[in-house]
Write a protein that binds this ligand. Sequence first.
Ligand code: ATP
Ligand code: MG
Length: 462
Amino acid sequence: MEQLNIDELTPRMIVRELDKYIIGQNDAKKSVSVALRNRVRRQKLSDDLKRDVIPKNILMMGPTGVGKTEIARRLAELARAPFVKVEATRFTEVGYVGKNVDSMIRELVDTGINMVKQEKMREVEEKARYMVEERILDYLVPGAHPKQQQPKNIFELFQGPQTQRISPEESEQQKSKREQYRERLRKGDLDQLDVEIEVEEQTQSMVSIPGMEDMGIDMSSMLGGILPKKVKKKRMTVSEAKKALLPVESEKLLDMDKVVSEAIDRVENRGIVFIDEIDKVTSRSGLHGPDVSREGVQRDLLPIIEGTTINTKYGPVRTDFILFVAAGAFSAVKPSDLIPELQGRFPIRVELSALNEEDFYRILTEPKNAITRQYTALLDTEGVLVEFTDDGIREIAQIAFSLNERIENIGARRLHTVVERVLEDLSFEAPEVADEVVINKAYVDDKIKDVVDDQDLSTYIL
Ligand SMILES: Nc1ncnc2c1ncn2[C@@H]1O[C@H](COP(=O)(O)OP(=O)(O)OP(=O)(O)O)[C@@H](O)[C@H]1O
Ligand SMILES: [Mg+2]
């Protein structure tokens, strides 16, 4: 996705960006774009007002495979916001075996840390590249580095180096040699040379106590200070060394305290948590028994969504301003079956509509990474030129739609199984096949009609 500055994105622009990937579902796009923009608006408020403006969480309802997850995923990408997607069914009530709900905030923080770290590392990249060069030059042109001319002990400090006194001329010579090497190194002339480089390895802590992570305690960082860092000498080529040392040197230049505080700030103010399958932890009112634990999960979710502090290994994180997007098919249950407090926390409700044949046609052709384009690119790697004709694509859309009606409606996911089947033979034969294949209506029918017509067969295959 393009690098756009989120603070300058108007809701209309956000929708336009989402349009590049998702067909239809305009109401949903509109709601999420407003929620995102409100976030930016809120950043500009005075502190005391800020505290009272709470993000309007969104509940997305709609049949399976119509774009709920896809919208949230693209939105987060666009916002460059820390984002996690969790399945509500993954959680169990506190006290039961399984993940408890706090873990989603910890995952969000991990995402945030990674994100900020990547950004900061890009900022220091130039400097880090220089440090990498220095280390490789130290190996290739030893003795020419100022560090190595520093006094080794107290005697040298007063009397100068005892063994090898370097005359000013010699030192000049070495310096210029080093600079010559630097130039050749930059040009890549030395890439194939072998070097021996010391690489610090992060000692992986062997100690891991189940549940510790869930409590926000990180054993490896607790022991990190105690366990010595392993330094290993490794032989590699210069070009490998450049790659291996860059992250090491970049990380040395990072101020981790700053990274952490910036990441936590970003998580608290911009984080997006997508809770999928929320309907699966919803029970029909009046039904009890095995459903108590589902309600338990909802009760556990509540404080996080209302705003609480979660302890993570990077410190406490406030959840008050995190944006929560919940989604579910809500076919057997209704949003009103959620516990009332939770209903109140998702004031924005959007319904995504089922997709029709025309939508399918558009999904096959319009999005940036449309399925037809994916397959064309895949087969292109084998030198096979695949062309989908318009009537071929219409036929695929029509077949997918009627299968959804006849067997089970799995939304746009049906397109994947149908296209896969249509291209199965070709994918198999591609390496041997001639250079050009046209996928028209006749081709599609030939590959798939018999399966489609056989009710039993299509249940299994398509
Ligand atoms: N409106 C759409 N436009 C483009 N692609 C879509 C659309 N709807 C679904 N798809 C594609 O179909 C697949 C499934 O969509 P998605 O994961 O968003 O479904 P969902 O609505 O979250 O379903 P579920 O309720 O089962 O989680 C994805 O590959 C997605 O790209
Ligand atoms: Mg989904």
